[in-house]
Design a protein around this ligand. Structure first.
Ligand SMILES: Cc1ncc(COP(=O)(O)O)c(C=O)c1O
Length: 402
């Protein structure tokens, strides 16, 4: 298998003469193994199939189905997988859905689009939904909880499942950031009725844009196929189960192109390499930055107990919100992109106008105002990481001197 030249991929350098050098460091570069373009070319030239449901889609779905031991459908994004979930579970305007406020807007939109009432829960120091908050929010109208496995970590899934079982609530897992991660040894994405993955270019494994719907309730599979294929039974037609295909339900176009799936196929085959490289980078940051915390006046964002994470992100959490913009500016002056993450949804214009909170939100506020992420991506070089570490060291030294 030949490796195509990748201009961004420099071998990791241990050359001490390169230390102290500064180069611009992007926050993220999409993971690139090296022969994705060959597979995309094969989709175009050999298979001559670049729309959905082709060779690469089938192979990616089969790799994911083996991993999760249940049917998985490739879709256009995690956003769409979440929308499909809300639809498949027949959620509507009478229904309340509990979700964290500290999440990406797609988690909320999926249910807002169905007219559901959103109930925002607080999160803990690991960015995971607080279960006492969930318990307080449950009413007779509650139909579902959408848990977000922020940073590839999770809350206590046994306890969450028990709450859902007690109140007969559906459980949707927003596992956008959580491919391959586990809680108490069990894969995240296999706990809920359905779960959603993202293959956006910022995620560990990517197809540019893309996602997957994990169907832990197999009886939803047939309808999920229909929903993905614009409300038609096209999948059954190609399986030879019906002699023509037609409109049978509502739906939309959630089908991933086989060109994207060809890129994804290579990435999924290298899932273990990607996770291992990220773990190595994450641990290198951790060891280098832990001694700097007094100067930074921050904590490191840790992995949650019981989790085998996928090292999706490395973050600092400043104790004083006013320190964060100063740090981001300092990094920017060094040509390093270190962004914050979510604006709490309950504080957004949509949240304030339509979904007032009854919970206090100290955990959410601490992360929304204090968390900052450092560059971390599969093809990151040691030199790039050293530049980030040296910049953080300089910032911490400067703060100690003040
Ligand atoms: C928690 C969470 N949910 C959903 C999404 C949406 O994923 P996508 O870009 O694949 O639609 C993201 C993307 O960053 C996310 O972080």
């Amino acid at each position: 298998m030949s490796v195509i030249f990748n201009p961004d991929f420099h071998p990791v350098s241990n050359d001490p003469s390169r230390h102290g050098q500064t180069i611009p460091v992007a926050f993220n570069k999409p993971a690139f193994i090296g022969y994705e373009l060959e597979e995309v070319q094969r989709a175009i030239v050999n298979h001559r199939h670049i729309s959905g449901a082709g060779y690469y889609t089938r192979h990616c779905e089969s790799l994911l189905a083996d991993l999760y031991a249940t049917p998985v459908l490739l879709v256009t994004s995690c956003t769409h997988a979440l929308e499909m979930s809300a639809h498949l579970l027949n959620l509507g305007p009478e229904d309340e859905v509990i979700l964290p406020s500290y999440t990406f807007v797609s988690t909320a939109n999926a249910f807002a689009l169905k007219g559901c009432r959103l109930k925002f829960a607080d999160c803990d120091a690991y960015g995971q939904i607080c279960l006492d908050s969930v318990q307080r929010l449950v009413t007779e109208r509650t139909k579902a909880v959408c848990v977000v496995h922020y940073a590839g970590n999770s809350t206590d899934m046994d306890a969450l499942l028990a709450i859902c079982q007690e109140h007969q609530l559906y459980l949707v897992e927003d596992a956008a950031q959580a491919i391959g991660t586990r809680y108490k040894g069990r894969l995240l994405g296999t706990w809920g009725d359905v779960a959603c993955l993202s293959f956006h270019e910022t995620k560990n494994v990517t197809s540019g844009e893309g996602g997957a719907l994990i169907l832990n309730r197999r009886e939803l599979l047939e309808r999920a196929h229909v929903l993905r294929e614009k409300g038609t039974n096209r999948t059954q037609f190609f399986q030879g189960l019906v002699d023509k295909y037609t409109w049978v339900d509502i739906g939309s176009s959630y089908v991933m192109s086989d060109m994207n799936a060809a890129y994804l196929f290579v990435q999924l085959q290298h899932l273990d390499d990607i996770q291992a490289k990220r773990a190595q980078l994450w641990e290198r940051y951790y060891r280098a930055l832990l001694p700097l915390l007094p100067g930074l006046n921050a904590r490191l964002f840790e992995n949650a107990p019981g989790c085998d994470p996928n090292y999706h992100l490395f973050a600092l959490v400043f104790h004083q919100p006013e320190d964060r913009p100063a740090f981001i500016r300092f990094m920017k002056e060094r040509d390093i992109v270190a962004p914050f993450h979510y604006v709490a949804l309950h504080d957004s214009p949509m949240g304030q106008a339509h979904y007032p909170v009854t919970e206090t939100m100290p955990g959410t506020a601490a992360l929304a105002s204090g968390l900052v992420r450092l560059p971390l991506f599969y093809n990151m070089t040691e030199l790039e990481q050293d530049c980030v570490i040296h910049a953080v060291q300089d910032y911490a030294t400067r703060m100690l001197a003040v």
